[in-house]
Design a protein around this ligand. Structure first.
Ligand code: UD1
Length: 339
């Protein structure tokens, strides 16, 4: 049985559907801070499977212990965490307290109940402005520009230190690039709180008429068309990356080990290319204007994905057009449901 902390969130919910459809037993721990219980219903609808859900805060060790007492947990995928970058700058203590505390509570509880396999949701944000592009896992980390990024960086170190001194523990750290898109059913997807900060939700909300116009942040970067280049990856490809990482973790007996993998496509697209692809694949025009650069944006960020291909046998399959179509299908569903 696999425990997903934050399993009702964007990436957690998509991974849950794939785990269930691959025959894994799943238990979800989520306090619905940044998600809603109807996601659970839709995971059930997509998979036709029944699974346990615990409405708990992962920082709460007693509540967490109950899950390990009542279920034969083999491995944990730790998605739970705060992720709003702007808010992390305004409320750093809240972010460090929650993201680091939940990880420490989880590690202590896993240790107590002899559960030794852990997958952690990290982010390409730990690379900051990488001197090497495409970015390999061996590229320098640190130089994060916000507490959210630092919390990922610190947790990576906490996990590595813990696995180093434990003869039983093995950890996989997954560094996500830019996850976008939604489940093909259109029933689950990303639900930003308020005005979206990220590009794809802003595009779909502009297409839906919720936002008037998209601001393209910067058109004088040293890239092919002057706008920033990112490695956008379909959230279902990302979910499949977790299954591959889990199989790797459960199939290897090299305890006391931490492996880090980039999950990206290895291809970079500019903001203008994303807009164009969205327009071509959905037939909807996106009004946009150029605006000043956004603080903290690096010109180019895309993954070297050779390690995941070699060791996990995983690589992305879906195109940018697939990502746009699925993101739009999800936005249309939200409109219909008034969510
Ligand atoms: C951001 C986070 C990163 C996080 C990731 C998760 C920052 C600096 N980085 O990545 O830590 O892991 O989200 O999804 O916030 N853009 C516009 N107009 C918009 C929104 C975005 O032009 O309204 C541009 C941005 O300038 C950027 C690109 O679109 O060049 C992608 O932006 P975004 O989707 O926010 O992702 P990142 O900044 O790459």
């Amino acid at each position: 049985m696999i425990l997903l902390t934050g399993g009702a969130g964007y990436i957690g919910s998509h991974t849950a559907t794939l785990l269930l459809n691959n025959g894994y037993d799943v238990v979800i721990a989520d306090n619905f801070y940044n998600s809603t219980p109807d996601v659970i219903r839709f995971i059930g609808q997509i998979t036709g499977k029944v699974f346990q859900v615990y409405n708990i805060d992962v920082t709460d060790k007693d509540a967490l212990a109950q899950i390990f007492i009542c279920n034969p947990i083999e491995a944990v995928i730790h998605f739970a965490g705060y992720k709003a970058i702007g808010e992390s700058v305004q409320h750093p203590v809240k972010y460090y307290r929650n993201n680091i505390d939940s990880t420490l509570s989880l590690l202590e509880t896993m240790n107590e109940y002899h559960v030794n396999h852990l997958i952690f949701s990290s982010s390409a944000t730990v690379y900051g402005q990488s001197p090497i592009i495409p970015i390999p896992e061996s590229a320098p980390t640190g130089h994060c520009i916000n507490p959210y990024g630092w919390s990922k960086y610190f947790i990576e170190h906490i996990l590595t230190d813990t696995a180093n001194v434990s003869s039983n523990m093995s950890v996989v750290i997954l560094r996500y690039f830019n996850p976008i898109g939604a489940h093909e059913s259109g029933l689950i997807g990303e639900r930003p709180n308020g005005v979206p900060n990220n590009l794809m939700p802003y595009i779909t909300q502009t297409a839906a008429g919720i936002r008037n116009i998209l601001h393209v942040f910067g058109n004088n970067y040293p890239t092919r068309d002057g706008t920033c280049v990112r490695d956008y990856i379909h959230v279902m490809d990302l979910a499949q990356g977790h299954i591959s990482a889990l199989e790797y973790l459960l199939g290897h007996r090299n305890h006391g080990n931490t492996e880090i993998f980039n999950l990206g496509t290895g291809k970079g697209y500019s903001v203008l290319e994303v807009i164009k692809t969205f327009e071509l694949s959905t037939g909807i025009k996106i009004p946009f204007i150029f605006a000043p650069r956004r603080a903290g944006d690096v010109p180019e960020c895309y993954a070297d994905v050779k390690k995941a291909a070699r060791l996990l046998g995983w690589s992305s399959r879906k195109t940018l057009a697939d990502m746009c179509i699925d993101a739009w299908r999800w936005q249309e569903f939200c409109l219909k449901q008034h969510i």
